[in-house]
Design a protein around this ligand. Structure first.
Ligand code: PMP
Length: 366
């Protein structure tokens, strides 16, 4: 997408002059493994519930700003109370509200790159100083000692677990350490938490750490990326702070109705998540096997995607798109991710096609 025009660059706030409209580099393809969505799609009985809920929802009235019916369902799901739940227009809006309320000029966000680009984007838009505590360049593991030290002066620390796009987790003991060290808020972004192994969520820490905020979304495991609904779990006064800065009606009635139907049917997603996790492990082993003869490296992942490194990654990505109609995400120009592609775990058939195409292209390229 284009850079901002000279005229608009002169008109926007100074810290926004370098911004460009967000561009996921989407192209219509037969197989879309680029955005970490759930390729299996809503199970038919859940889809029927969602459809019925949408049909029964009038659209002439404004939504409940706080989505209280959905908040109650989420609260009973996670064993917290309504006051601990903040519902948003996708996790992205929750991030923006969090940074708006608790960041800003003269405050520091501690970030752990390479990670989800939106944190640094929102922080810089809102004039928040960003202090990077980089991950290990080889394993991408976060450095808990350095994070705890940096947290001592932070308004917000973001810990993404599993991390996008590297797939690794930060163990809850590390998160607890950062919470103890931080006078501000610590965000555990668990957008991909459903795909991680047991015992890896930081949610049990909420009771003991009133500066911890845990992010979840309906976009990934729960097949609602297009409906836009996410939520935070946090102490009640933090939720009040977020409620004070939010756009009043950001989560529409249709999104609330769809998310409520899905939340009530959450048990139906367990087999999908199991299937994605087992496909992820299969893909990992198959790509590792390719790596014995071809120049490809893959990192283990606790999410619904894998990070791979191949020579000429941008070219490989274009060839997958143009010759095979398979879309993956190119991270090769992101700092610390030279020649890296991120591949969402798809259906078994999609993964097989991806493997065959990757092998053929890598053979031709080497
Ligand atoms: N956190 C992380 C780590 C993500 O990767 C994403 C989506 N790409 C989000 C939050 C936000 O997702 P959504 O707005 O769809 O809920």
């Amino acid at each position: 997408m284009a850079e901002l025009s000279e005229r608009v660059r002169a008109l926007v706030q100074p810290q926004m002059r370098g911004l460009e409209p967000y561009d996921p580099d989407f192209a219509p393809c037969r197989i879309n493994l680029s955005a970490n969505e759930n390729d299996l799609g809503l199970p038919a009985p859940v889809r029927a519930r969602v459809d019925a809920a949408l049909r029964a929802t009038p659209t002439n009235r404004y939504p409940d700003p706080m989505a209280n019916e959905l908040r109650d369902e989420i609260a009973s799901w996670h064993g917290v109370s309504r006051a601990n739940v903040f519902v948003s227009d996708g996790g992205d809006e929750a991030l923006f509200d969090l940074f708006l309320a608790f960041g800003g000029p003269g405050r520091t966000l501690v970030n752990c790159p390479p990670t989800f680009s939106v944190y640094a984007l929102y922080a810089s838009m809102l004039g928040t100083t960003v202090l990077d505590v980089p991950r290990d360049p080889e394993t991408f593991a976060p450095n808990a000692d350095e994070l705890a030290a940096a947290a001592a002066d932070a308004a917000i620390v973001v810990l993404t677990s599993p991390n996008n796009p590297t797939g690794d987790v930060m163990d809850p003991a590390g998160v607890a350490r950062v919470c103890e060290a931080c006078p501000g808020l610590v965000l555990a972004d668990e957008a991909y938490g459903e795909f991680a192994g047991p015992g890896l969520s930081s949610e049990p820490l909420l009771a003991a750490h009133d500066n911890l905020v845990v992010l979840h979304t309906f976009s990934k495991a729960y097949c609602l990326a297009g409906a836009r609904c996410g939520y935070l779990l946090a102490a009640p006064d933090v939720v009040d702070g977020l409620a004070a800065v939010r756009q009043p009606y950001s989560v529409g009635v249709l999104a609330q109705a769809a998310a409520l139907a899905v939340a009530r049917e959450r048990a139906a997603f367990e087999p999908l998540v199991d299937e994605i996790r087992s496909e992820r492990e299969r893909l990992l082993l198959e790509i590792r096997a390719l790596g014995r003869a071809l120049p490809v490296r893959v990192w283990p992942s606790q999410a619904n995607f894998l990070l791979v490194r191949v020579p000429n990654a941008s070219r490989v990505r274009s060839r997958l798109r143009d010759e095979r109609s398979i879309l993956v995400r190119d991270f090769s120009s992101a700092p610390g991710l030279a020649d890296c592609l991120r591949i969402t775990v798809g259906t078994r058939e999609e993964n097989d096609e991806l493997l065959g195409a990757l092998e053929a292209i890598l053979k031709e390229e080497s």
